[in-house]
Write a protein that binds this ligand. Structure first.
Ligand code: ZN
Length: 363
């Protein structure tokens, strides 16, 4: 009996190895916060730089949290980062406030480089879920504190106020200057985008380009594509590969406001970052690019407009999040795993397995 079981085991492994698709060296996940199917429809119809037709592997993700059909960004990002659903407002901890291991942590344990690029504060719920563990997303001071010793290679976004004490113009009450502490951890610090974009330093990057969130896309003097390229240039110097999370954070903000003009400019800026990642993936040949959302916001529907995409009218069912399935787009080694309808946490579990096929989830 044992001989038979062993024979079957080796037979299966042989099949797997023989049939194994190549695994990506680098994984880039782009999260359009609040970006549902009709937001994507609007940008495909409107913007010449829309990247979505460059994808062949397309699926849908179900976004509920552990305790709500309608989720929010902390639980949404936790599912994408850890492979588990948790309660709303919790950041990469389970419902007993125990830390949940993220695929960023797995990748770094495998000596890969890691980075985040966002248009909100870098201590906001979505980026926080990839490197920190707190039971309330509002505690951005604790999330920022956990970033200090996490040793990410690239941190680009806003949120200076959570890194500085009041006497240095921030809002921390513990008198700690986390920017100086991160400089002591080997980071090169940038406050201005032009300095960051013209820098050739090979040190780890900490760029906090605004006091809290960035200005909206139509007011920004730099594009998400430029920041993304900077991150890729740095991370791709690591021989073991890298993981990178890029967030179009403000898509959600303007969907909440039902502000179509600003929503479209955020989507267009997000497109530019996706194109930058796809161009890199096409040239490198070993990079998986995933585009998805943590949830849909506003119940957006394209209700009228011209066939050429001009004069589009977007209607909203409300100012909150909805339970609508969100799209999943994948390109590169492993993309075939992201087709069909999946639970958000399963999307993450596929990423864990692509980083380490031997990884098993503690149940
Ligand atoms: Zn939201």
């Amino acid at each position: 009996m044992i001989i038979l079981r062993t024979a079957v085991y080796f037979f299966l492994t042989a099949i797997l190895l023989a049939g194994e698709n190549p695994r990506p060296k680098n994984i880039i996940i782009l999260i359009g916060d609040g970006m549902g199917v009709d937001a994507v429809t609007a940008t495909v119809l409107t913007h010449s730089n829309s990247p979505y037709k460059r994808f062949r592997s397309i699926g849908f993700s179900l976004t509920s949290s552990a305790n709500n059909l309608i989720t929010e960004s902390a639980a949404g990002a936790t599912a994408l980062a850890t492979g588990y659903k948790t309660k709303s407002y919790m950041v990469s901890v389970d419902s007993l406030s125990q830390p949940l291991y993220t695929f960023f942590e797995l990748a770094m344990d495998k000596s890969k480089a890691a980075g985040i690029v966002v248009t909100s504060s870098v201590s906001h719920a979505t980026p926080g879920a990839f490197y920190a563990h707190v039971n309330d997303r509002k505690n951005e001071y604790e999330i920022a504190l956990q970033l200090v010793s996490k040793n990410l290679d690239v941190v680009i976004g806003g949120g200076r106020e959570y890194f500085l004490p009041e006497n240095l113009g921030g809002s921390r009450k513990d008198n700690r200057d986390l920017i100086s502490e991160m400089k002591n951890h080997g980071y090169k610090y940038f406050e201005f985008a032009d300095e960051l974009l013209s820098s050739n330093s090979d040190e780890k990057i900490l760029a906090l380009l605004s006091f809290n969130g960035f200005p909206s896309a139509d007011e920004r003097i730099f594009s998400l594509a430029e920041l993304t390229q900077k991150a890729i240039d740095k991370l791709s110097t690591d021989d073991d590969g890298f993981v990178l999370m890029i967030e179009g954070s403000q898509i959600d903000w303007f969907a909440h406001d039902n502000n179509t003009e600003k929503l479209l400019t955020e989507l267009e800026d997000f497109n530019s970052a996706i194109n930058t990642c796809l161009d890199f993936a096409e040239s490198s040949g070993n990079t998986l690019v995933i585009v998805t959302a943590d949830h849909e916001t506003g119940g957006v529907a394209v209700t009228s407009g011209n066939k050429d995409g001009s004069n589009l009218v977007l209607c909203y069912t409300g100012r909150g999040h909805t339970a609508a399935m969100v799209p999943v787009f994948a390109f590169g080694p492993g993309e075939e795993n992201f087709k069909g309808i999946m639970e958000n946490f399963n999307l993450s579990r596929i990423i864990f397995q692509l980083i380490d096929p031997a990884y098993t989830f503690p149940e």
